[in-house]
Design a protein around this ligand. Sequence first.
Ligand code: ADP
Length: 479
Amino acid sequence: MKPNLIDGAWRPGGAGAAPNVNPSDLSDRVDDYAQASAAEVDEAIAAAAAAAPGWARSDPLTRHDVLAKAAAEIAAREEDLGRLLSREEGKTLREGRAEVARAAQILSFFAGETLRQAGQILPSTRPGVGVEITREPLGVVGLITPWNFPMAIPAWKIAPAIAFGCTVVFKPAELTPGSAWALVEILHRAGLPPGVLNLAMGPGAVVGQRILDDPRIDGVSFTGSLATGRRVAAACAGAMRRCQLEMGGKNPLVVLDDADLDTAAAAAVDGAFFGTGQRCTASSRLIVTERIHSRFVEACVQRLSRLRVGHALHSDTDIGPVASEAQLAQNLDHLSVARAEGGVLRFGGDQPRRETEGYFLTPALITDTHPGMRINREETFGPIASVIRVRDYDEALATANATRFGLSAGICTSSLKYAADFKRNAEAGMVMVNLPTAGVDPHAPFGGRKASNLGPREQGGHAAEFFTVVKTSYTMPSA
Ligand code: ADP
């Protein structure tokens, strides 16, 4: 049984323990994870609040060393942590290892950031006065994360919090506590003082809600669904505290007639289906102009027919299982509604039998869809992509933007003119040209707009916008 971490002590869990089951093999129980009671969440918040002043004043080299040490251990343990991640989440071992490597890179980047925190000096409009702009830690932050990147997302919230001098109450997703626990355990051993990083595992409605309701929390960084994001935003508004929300996507990938066919099909299949399509940046709407439409669909089908769906840890698997029973049911529902609304299932969508019982679903490509259909309006979060046929670039751009979401948007074209126009006019936080909509660098800002985001960007130097507050000091030297 893996315990919670409260005020530097490992605690068994006042609300018992919950099992973590492998979605590739339902008979494989990864471990049991302590469930925090509401009183324990209160203790975790009290510990973070007590540790906050000391950690805010800590020497940046201390923070650097903890993050650098943890980064080195995570990088060295890519294989075993990758296995754990793939076992509990269901992405392939190649993807699991890549995510662990990414977590190490993120920790390394923020280790460096501790020593790069600079202010500004402005000339004053008043003679003799000095103006300084500095940043201070936000304080106690609540970090609430989803299951689809169980190590990378916690890493990109915890690392900047620690680097910029905040203390943390961290609640990982119920489905994937294993990777989160491993990350916390490594950071704890790397030398964090008690109370700086607290781990409270358990249901969103209990542990998450308790974090939202507590006035000692100075900011909440959340990644998850739009519905929960709304609750987080409402709670933060009520408490007059800062929030940083990353939510869903309905990401378009536009394919124009002049695109290189192989590049476009590769970008679509990678963007839509790798990671079992369970990425908030997944290419879920393929918006394709008329003259390339049938060749593009055929090229995608060719590629899909070569991919094997199976156990995440098997070396010949290209696409692992869907993460949970509820997620599989939602995927199947989206598929059947898409067909009922007139979509044509061109490939996949069936549940193959494998030697173990798991939530397997073959990648599904639905053609002949139109923008008003549910499959093109609601986030699916699974190995399902729809194709929308359009006349020309103008219709493609309008269709790409005809969604309430705005996380990532891609275009495949050999035209500089259309690429430049799309970069300027796509209503998304991230734009990809001749690349999948998913797949980003660890040092560049990550985030969306419209209903995909509220608050400042994550990752890279931009992370300081959430985790620090700006102070402007005016000084008149005494005569
Ligand atoms: P998903 O559909 O991906 O599970 P959720 O938004 O439900 O998305 O979950 C994202 C995270 O938000 C999880 O850690 C979950 O436990 C947490 N969560 C769910 N409900 C609440 C809530 N009422 N308050 C705070 N956190 C919550």
